[in-house]
Design a protein around this ligand. Structure first.
Ligand SMILES: [Zn+2]
Length: 115
């Protein structure tokens, strides 16, 4: 799969409110950021998977009066994204949602409300 095909598949997935990730068919490792060769083994046989969108905050920082950080997804990969909600803490559960910014649909992490 070529890099532009991966970006197209990612954008399609985002438009369906699904967070994608990539699984290498050679070594079985998974990763998030689009690459046409596996960063672990260099293999080119990859498959695009669908994440549950559930995870937790791995790290975060305050940025422009909002929060931004690394999310550790339950599927086993990490991704940078905006964090929505107040008082983020490391280890807090989040759910990935999507927002449309100037025509680009992008994922963000919303802090789960404790009930
Ligand atoms: Zn691999």
């Amino acid at each position: 799969m070529k890099l532009n095909e991966i970006y197209t598949a990612y954008n399609y997935s985002f438009s369906k409110d699904v967070l994608p990730y990539i699984k290498c068919q050679h070594c079985g490792n998974i990763y998030y950021y689009p690459r046409d060769n596996c960063p672990f083994c260099g293999g080119s046989a990859i498959e695009i998977m669908q994440s549950s969108g559930k995870g937790e905050i791995y790290s975060f920082t305050e940025f422009n009066k909002g929060y931004y950080g690394i999310i550790s997804l339950n599927d086993g990969f990490r991704a940078y994204m905006d964090i929505s909600g107040n008082n983020p803490e490391i280890g807090l559960e989040i759910h990935v949602k999507f927002k449309n910014i100037n025509g680009n649909v992008l994922p963000y992490a919303e802090i789960e409300n404790k009930s």
